[in-house]
Design a protein around this ligand. Structure first.
Ligand SMILES: [Zn+2]
Length: 166
């Protein structure tokens, strides 16, 4: 499914329904609800048996090492297959996990390869081409909003750079 051209792909449906959240047991930040099957895809295989059948919360604090938590169960970011983009030291910092496109790839598409629109960025980087965000993205949500956010940030940098040259 192509999120660039389809506004209602299956991974975007119900993406932003917020549920009452539990605070992170380590940093006390409010978490983001993540479905059980997403957690099962992201947690390293050796910890899979500890996941159980509940939905989890993702700690959204960039400074905190906790990835997912649910009651007594905690999975630290080191126990996950991919870095969580919203953590401060995520490396690489994937924006689109399905196509393994990083924040730097999007910046480069705009600043060095001349992409002027979001769909040009998608074409150059391959972002959002094959959407399986529910299982590939640690938040379980569609990456479209984050790709757009980084794109807009890149455009602002580009405009600022052009101003300096004039
Ligand atoms: Zn935390």
């Amino acid at each position: 499914m192509d999120c660039c051209t389809t506004s209602n792909c299956s991974c975007c449906e119900n993406s932003y329904i917020e549920t009452l959240s539990q605070a992170c047991p380590v940093c006390k930040y409010q978490g983001m609800l993540v479905k059980n099957f997403t957690v099962k895809h992201i947690v390293l295989d050796e910890y899979l048996s500890q996941v159980g059948s509940n939905d989890y919360f993702l700690c959204t604090n960039p400074e905190c090492d906790v990835g997912y938590y649910q009651g007594e169960n905690v999975f630290y970011k080191q126990q996950l297959k991919v870095p969580i983009w919203l953590k401060k030291d995520a490396n690489p910092k994937y924006v689109c996990y399905c196509s393994k496109v990083t924040e730097d790839d999007i910046m480069e598409a705009v600043l060095k390869k001349g992409a002027k629109t979001l769909s040009e960025v998608c074409k150059i980087t391959g972002a959002m081409k094959d959407c399986k965000c529910e299982i590939n993205n640690p938040t379980g949500k569609c990456c479209a909003d984050i790709v757009k956010e980084v794109f807009e940030k890149a455009i602002k940098i580009k405009e600022r750079n052009t101003d300096c040259l004039n």
